[in-house]
Ligand binder design. Structure first.
Ligand SMILES: Cc1cc2nc3c(=O)[nH]c(=O)nc-3n(C[C@H](O)[C@H](O)[C@H](O)COP(=O)(O)O)c2cc1C
Length: 379
């Protein structure tokens, strides 16, 4: 019902406007309905009526979808991926839309106003978005101050990356920038949270090769010296060969990270799913959505088959339905994330995925989502 309303009435109107303008306004609206007002003198307050109403319609919980992963409770395996809520405006509203967790950021040590426009564009025939934000964000201190005032019913993934400046030219200077961002969030004592370390943003001026195993090892060893207790997941690229991915996964497992997220944007402009007339409209940026799905799934399978016992896998890329999410889970993902699917299918999508995932589980004879994880990769 809401899906029909969104697709026929809301989306055509939203798509008349500039994509970044709509994104900003959606965040503002979500913040308002969620009742977050960081400037309120009396401190943060929840808009209980707004949240109650949304919860009634979209927020149904299912025992079949509950999991505890790396010590964190997840009501649903479906979360919001990094990049959408980069100022932590949606933390109070997303649980009522059925989301089981969300990333905030990517946040960097120093604030960054964003790459020159265009930063966001739509490729509807390719079911994709062009992304060229380059870590537009207000910096670690600002977001940490904001987050520490709240409690969260959903786990918050604090996504941390390197500050986007050409001044950072070596792995040492990159690490010197990233470590203070972790320290800021650690001292903020953010409740119910985990970390995502984003080493795979393709839109940066920083040209450090974090995929090189020696560099990656140096970075992860430095992070480990902080003695962080919360789980840390590494946000991985998808434009890498299998052998390169395996070398990186080995370093990540040896450094005892909690897991990996496969993966980030599609860099290949000749990707078979991208419609070339749409790509030609965007001389800059890289691509989300369906063009990321195939490689994301292949890498989830590779990671599960080789490191499934050591690393938790979060699947991300091109999830537009419960079937898409279930595919990733059966390949080895314990959790999935999405952004682009919600833009094209509507804000009700995650509640629909939750409902339909339960049906898919029952059909396969599983009582809980964790029983389905990796079943297709074990064959
Ligand atoms: C608007 C937008 C901004 C993004 N920014 C980030 C980011 O800051 N950090 C990050 O790790 N990934 C970022 N991504 C990548 C997404 O987290 C995700 O990996 C990718 O879009 C594939 O998922 P999807 O097909 O469900 O969108 C961004 C994606 C979009 C669409």
């Amino acid at each position: 019902m809401f899906r029909f309303f969104y697709k026929i009435f809301i989306k055509p109107v939203l798509f008349l406007f500039d994509a970044e303008f709509v994104h900003e306004n959606m965040l503002g609206f979500g913040e308002l309905v969620g009742g977050l007002n960081p400037d309120a003198r009396s401190g943060p307050r929840q808009n209980r009526r707004g949240i109650w109403f949304l919860k009634k319609i979209f927020g149904r919980k299912y025992s079949e979808l509950k999991q505890n992963i790396s010590g964190i409770d997840f009501e649903s395996p479906v979360g919001l991926a990094a990049g959408f809520d980069y100022e932590a405006k949606l933390t109070q509203i997303l649980p009522s839309l059925g989301f089981g967790f969300q990333a905030v950021g990517t946040i960097t040590n120093q604030a960054y106003p964003g790459n020159p426009k265009p930063r966001l564009g739509r490729l509807p025939k390719s079911k994709s978005l062009m992304v060229n934000k380059g870590f537009k964000n207000k910096g670690a201190k600002f977001i940490s101050e904001k987050l520490k005032n709240f409690t969260f019913s959903n786990a918050i993934g604090i996504s941390i990356g390197v500050t986007n400046t050409e001044k950072i030219t070596t792995i040492e200077s990159g690490i010197e920038d990233i470590i203070p961002a972790f320290k800021i969030f650690e001292s903020g004592g953010i409740k119910n949270s985990y970390y995502e370390l984003n080493i795979s943003c393709p839109n940066l001026k920083v040209k450090i090769d974090f995929y090189n195993p020696e560099n990656l090892n140096k970075l992860l060893q430095s992070v480990n010296q902080l003695g962080i207790k919360k789980p840390i997941f590494i946000k991985m690229p998808i434009n890498i060969a299998d052998d390169e991915a395996l070398v990186m996964l080995k370093v990540i497992a040896e450094n005892k990270m909690a897991g990996v997220i496969f993966g980030n944007l599609q860099k290949d402009r000749n990707n078979e799913v991208l419609k070339h007339e749409e790509v030609a409209r965007f001389p800059v940026g890289y691509f989300s959505g369906k063009p990321t799905e195939k490689r994301s799934n292949e890498l989830i399978k590779l990671a599960y088959q080789n490191f499934g016992k050591q690393l938790v896998i979060i699947g991300c890329g091109g999830v537009f339905s419960a079937e898409d999410a279930y595919k990733k889970i059966k390949l080895g993902a314990s959790l999935v994330q999405l952004i682009t699917g919600v833009i094209y299918e509507g804000p009700q999508l995650v509640s629909e995925i939750n409902r339909d995932l339960v049906k898919l589980l029952k059909k396969d004879g599983y009582n809980n989502i964790s029983e389905a994880v990796g079943t297709e990769s074990r064959k």
